[in-house]
Design a protein around this ligand. Structure first.
Ligand SMILES: Nc1ncnc2c1ncn2[C@@H]1O[C@H](COP(=O)(O)OP(=O)(O)OP(=O)(O)O)[C@@H](O)[C@H]1O
Length: 573
């Protein structure tokens, strides 16, 4: 059962066990609500008997008051445990769910992010998790507990008087059928509502991200109109979804109340026929009111429970994605990277690398060149197992990288990519990201080598200056130099440089090239640079074009050949 619950509700094993406990406490609370009915009945019975026999009604007042106090104390304890089991367990599970999602995302290949909308992922991580917190703390365990407690109380009622039990309970199947029968409709409207709301969130995120382009193209008016249209659609869809839910839930709740009327009618009939005592009649009336209360609440929230399905499915879809795995040790003999007949496509049928074989040797700078879209960046990222390839083999020092855990593998790599990611933190910490635990002196040394020192010292707070989100307060060249400093600090045996010097002016590019050439001693360097000046300093050049290796060799050798490399060099000159 635990496994089934884990699967159906996307829970951890502990979460599923806690869920069962929460249902058990809710059940006990619901059944416990009948105890005051028992106390009232016992007290009334005692009073009636003493009135009939002419005894002193106050004689046992302490016993009955004590009984009522004990029931109250018991109810308090039951609610206390119910509260703890529902809320504490739910929020612990919620933390575990978020961490599990983040762990899964961390281990997923980048191909997954290429196929998923990032705002959709964010909304699963934030909004879906929050609404599941609400459902698991307020609705779903109560729903299960109410079903169980209703069955239990119903059986007890039948044991006392089957006719009265029928008078109380006949409305339940009708109310449940009405709500369950509307499930399809509520599902459809609820799902549409969630999707239209998500579209609004996507549109807002997209507009914010592209705000500069929108303004520069004078598209503000059009974008606002589009956003208005989506907001209108979301509003309409919310109203429709609430209306559908409201109609069915209110009808079901009203139906439950009819049960009180039939209890009174049947009870009165039996009472006048002398077939039921007044005490039992009162008892059934109290019990009916107590029974309908938690049920009414469950019906009120049942639409939210229906919506849980979609959210759980989205979460499960992420959790069940195949993650990249591998051994957690990687001690290669050397750090040569070998591409051996590598085949790769981002999407089925759209091959990017068809048959690529080359070697990037340790201690050498291997430059990947070729026409735009030829697959240089792709090859560079494949060398670090950002994606898994569809054919051939990539090895690092003889070890097939597809057999190594990505995080273990990445310890051997430093990167400088075209799109530099900086965090909202000080420049010092942004560089220290290259190697946690590096001393300030080591960070300064790396910054000096990457030519960051001059511009950082001119900033108002030097290395303690906090850069804006993604380094928005820095120029492109400055961001890239920080990224180079990080790579220098990490001092990994393999260095991947993608357009490393693209945003630097000639003076800085020369300086950074000097720093890199000091760093690359005994390392494997795979560099992508469009400028021939950068490539000319490489030991080995691989020309990638049309999904394969068009040319390969030392820059001078390639220049001497009448091929793509020479054409590119001439064009640039
Ligand atoms: N994440 C991705 N998802 C799908 N297709 C991609 C992705 N990244 C690149 N591509 C496609 O793969 C092909 C190779 O791209 P890649 O960036 O590797 O080329 P490149 O040689 O580095 O180009 P450039 O010199 O312009 O940077 C291109 O057709 C590109 O559109």
């Amino acid at each position: 059962m635990i496994r089934k619950l884990q699967h159906v509700f996307a829970l951890s094993e502990k979460g599923a066990r806690d869920f069962v406990k929460a249902v058990a406490w809710c059940f006990l609370c619901n059944v416990g609500l009948m105890l005051p009915v028992g106390v009232v009945m016992a007290t009334l019975q005692y009073l009636l008997e003493t009135l009939e026999t002419g005894g002193d009604p106050a004689a046992k007042v302490l016993v009955y008051t004590g009984g009522a106090a004990a029931v109250l104390a018991l109810l308090f304890l039951l609610h206390w445990f119910q509260y703890a089991s529902l809320y504490l367990a739910t929020y612990q599970e919620s933390a575990a769910r978020r961490i599990a999602l983040a762990e899964t995302l961390r281990k997923l290949p980048l191909s997954f992010f290429g196929t998923r909308d990032l705002s959709d992922l964010t909304s699963t991580m934030i909004a879906d998790c929050s609404s599941l917190d609400q459902m698991f703390s307020h609705y779903i365990p109560q729903l299960f507990a109410s079903i169980l407690s209703t069955v239990f109380i119903g059986v007890c009622m039948f044991c006392f008087d089957w006719r009265m039990a029928l008078a109380v309970l006949w409305v339940l199947p009708a109310a449940v059928l009405l709500t369950a029968g509307s499930k399809k409709l509520q599902d459809a409207f609820g799902t549409r509502n969630i999707l239209t709301k998500r579209e609004v969130a996507d549109a807002i995120q997209e507009d914010i991200e592209a705000i500069r382009d929108i303004q520069s193209c004078n598209r503000q008016e059009a974008c606002l109109q589009e956003l208005d249209r989506r907001l209108e659609a979301a509003e309409q869809s919310s109203i429709r979804s609430e209306l559908i839910t409201g109609v069915f839930v209110c009808s079901a709740q009203a139906f439950l109340r009819i049960g009180l009327a039939t209890t009174v009618l049947v009870g009165a009939e039996l009472l006048t026929g002398g077939e039921l005592s007044f005490l039992y009649f009162l008892g059934f009336l109290f019990a009916a009111a107590r029974l309908y209360d938690p049920l009414g609440l469950v019906l009120q929230n049942i639409a939210a429970t229906f919506n849980a399905k979609l959210k759980i499915e989205r979460m499960r879809a992420i959790q069940e994605q195949p993650v990249q795995t591998g051994v957690e040790t990687c001690e290669p003999e050397n750090f040569d990277i070998v591409f051996d007949h590598v085949k790769f496509a981002y999407r089925d049928g759209e091959s990017v690398l068809e048959d690529v074989s080359f070697t990037a040797r340790q201690g050498q700078v291997t430059a990947l060149v070729g026409p735009s879209g030829g697959g240089k960046s792709t090859a560079c990222k494949l060398a670090a197992r950002f994606w898994d390839i569809q054919g051939g083999k990539i090895t690092l020092g003889g070890i097939d990288i597809s057999t190594v855990d990505p995080e273990t593998l990445l310890k051997h790599y430093s990167f400088v990519f075209q799109d530099v990611v900086l965090f909202r933190d000080t420049i010092l910490e942004n560089i220290r990201l290259g190697r946690r635990g590096a001393t300030d002196e080591e960070v300064y040394a790396a910054a000096r080598a990457a030519r960051c020192d001059e511009f950082v010292r001119e900033l108002p707070e030097g290395y303690q200056t906090v850069v804006g989100e993604n380094g928005s307060t820095l120029s492109g060249g400055e961001r890239q130099r920080i990224s180079i400093a990080r790579a220098l600090l990490k001092d990994a045996p393999v260095i991947l440089l993608d357009e490393a010097t693209a945003s630097l002016d000639v003076e800085n590019e020369t300086a950074v090239q000097e720093a890199i050439s000091r760093l690359v001693k005994d390392k494997t360097v795979l560099i992508i640079a469009h400028r021939m000046r950068t490539v000319a300093g490489a030991d080995h050049v691989v020309v990638l074009a049309d999904g394969g290796v068009a040319q390969e060799g030392a820059p001078a050798e390639l220049l001497a050949q009448n091929g793509l490399y020479r054409q590119m060099a001439e064009r640039q000159q």
